[in-house]
Design a protein around this ligand. Structure first.
Ligand code: GLU
Length: 484
């Protein structure tokens, strides 16, 4: 089999959209899986809408995701001469013809058809011009477009996602391939480039399905071999409507700035329209490459659920080697103002333990920073919900926390086993039997300000003796001085 050649062909008219990134990813996965080549083509022929800034955003987004392309970037706008030459080849081999109808004439005919409730289709009048007539118009320098002559029959292909797709040619008008100024129409430029780049599989969004029959006709007219086609499903928001800014961030760069890990973003994007099978969801980049198969591509629209992305991020956060996690969390912690990089470096063992414990409950780097607060500050801020729920029975809370304070102060060492024994004895004394857990929740609020944290003995160890006892005293003081 010839080496597969694939391409991602974004138009640089905005940021890199998550849908575009998904298309890039699937092309890249296929290329990597099959020892193929992944190309990037910037479709910048629309000069009015294309900007260098969007081209840069596309490069940045792909680089952040680690979706490398293999050869020099192709800029479609640099190939206009070839696009024109290909269209002229079609004029020469008589699969296309010159059309001298002006835009105004066409608009009039369209309006007349619409007034009669007919659908408008070019009536091919210029295809019936005699050679002498054409020569006379050319001699008069009359402007013309070049139209492709659509033959009768059907145009079909075996789509890797949708199986057979077939369009009756009668529904396709003789479409323009070159404008009067000699610039190519979109489908002409795409086909000319895909042929020149040796593309063997065109994988793109299914909003392009209606372009494909026209493109196939152009391949045939140019005597080129057809690539395979795979049209990927659209991406919808949770409400079933096409994903748009209404649903939240749609730019890849936004997720980068929200602290999403590139590996999590890739994994999440991979599941938008592809099911690896066996209920597999969590995948590293290498696992995705190994599992990727166009058979798992789906027809129905994929749903973009940011909650799932957060969950996915939490899973990937846990998979990160701890030093990599550290290098992501440290700047964020320093930026939070609670701690300096030097202090963290001087307490690396303690910091490592903190990260190991916090990462389990975190979905984002920001979550870790937030959860780390109570371990880095002198005092804690009590979450009102936690206070209302866990310190509801004030008399019990006071007795329990005072008992814990006394028992822990009396300990000669500060280790989990001794602390556990001491707290179980307090529970026993309070008549809780083996329900020592009943004092752990109020204690957790006293130590961290919230009702969720790592295991209580881990918290006590991380905080150390002095700070733990001080927090118990502060909590008792707070309870004694608050009226309910
Ligand atoms: N430039 C087109 C787009 O951004 C893609 C064209 C193609 O993949 O054939 O939608």
């Amino acid at each position: 089999m010839a080496t597969p050649r694939l391409r991602f062909a974004p138009s640089p008219t905005g940021y890199l959209h998550v849908g575009g990134a998904r298309t890039a990813l699937f092309n890249w996965l296929y290329a990597r899986k099959h020892g193929g080549v992944m190309l990037l083509r910037i479709e910048d022929t629309d000069k009015a809408r294309s900007t260098d800034e969007s081209t840069r955003a596309i490069f940045e987004g792909l680089n952040w995701l680690g979706l490398q392309w293999d050869e020099d970037v192709v800029h479609q706008g640099a190939n206009l001469d070839r696009h024109r030459a290909d269209a002229e080849r079609m004029l020469a081999n008589d699969t296309a013809y010159r059309c001298f109808c002006t835009q105004e004439e066409l608009a009039e005919r369209r309006a007349a058809a619409e007034a009669n409730k007919d659908s408008f289709k070019y009536d091919r009048r210029c295809d019936r011009l005699s050679a002498a007539d054409i020569a006379a118009r050319l001699a008069d320098n009359m402007p013309f477009t070049v139209r492709f002559r659509v033959s009768e029959g059907h145009t079909s292909w075996n789509d890797l996602v949708h199986d057979t797709i077939s369009f009756p040619n009668k529904d396709i008008e003789d479409f323009i391939i070159l404008r009067t100024d000699g610039t190519p129409i979109y489908n002409m430029a795409v086909v000319s480039d895909d042929i020149a780049m040796g593309i063997t599989l065109v994988m793109r969004g299914d909003d392009h399905i209606s372009n494909t029959p026209k493109q196939i006709l152009l391949y045939r007219a140019l005597g080129a071999e057809l690539p395979q086609f795979a049209h990927l499903p659209m991406i919808h928001g949770l409400d079933g409507k096409k994903l748009s800014k209404r649903h939240g961030a749609t730019a890849v760069g936004d997720y980068q700035h929200l602290g999403i890990l590139p590996g999590a973003m890739l994994n999440f994007l991979a599941l938008l329209g592809w099911a690896p099978g066996d209920d597999i969801e969590l995948m590293t980049r290498d696992e995705m490459i190994a599992l990727f198969d166009t058979k798992g591509l789906q027809k129905k629209a994929a749903i973009f659920d940011t909650k799932k992305l957060e969950w996915m991020n939490g899973q990937h956060l846990n998979l990160l080697p701890i030093d990599e996690l550290m290098s992501r969390v440290t700047p964020a912690l320093v930026a939070s103002g609670h701690v300096s990089a030097e202090w963290l470096a001087g307490h690396s063992e303690w910091y490592l333990k903190l990260l190991e414990l916090l990462k389990v409950r975190a979905r984002t780097v920001d979550d870790i920073v937030q959860q780390a607060g109570p371990y880095l500050t002198e005092s804690v801020v009590y979450d009102p919900d936690a206070v209302a729920r866990q310190w509801k029975d004030r008399a019990f809370t006071e007795t329990a926390l005072a008992g814990v304070h006394e028992a822990l102060s009396a300990l000669p060492g500060w280790n989990a086993t001794a602390m556990e024994e001491a707290l179980r004895a307090v529970a026993e004394r309070l008549g809780l039997g083996d329900k020592a857990g009943k004092i752990f929740q109020p204690l957790r609020v006293a130590l961290t300000g919230s009702s969720a944290s790592p295991g209580i003995f881990d918290v006590l160890e991380l905080l150390g003796r002095e700070r733990s006892l001080a927090r118990l005293s502060s909590a008792l003081h707070f309870i004694a001085n608050t009226t309910t």
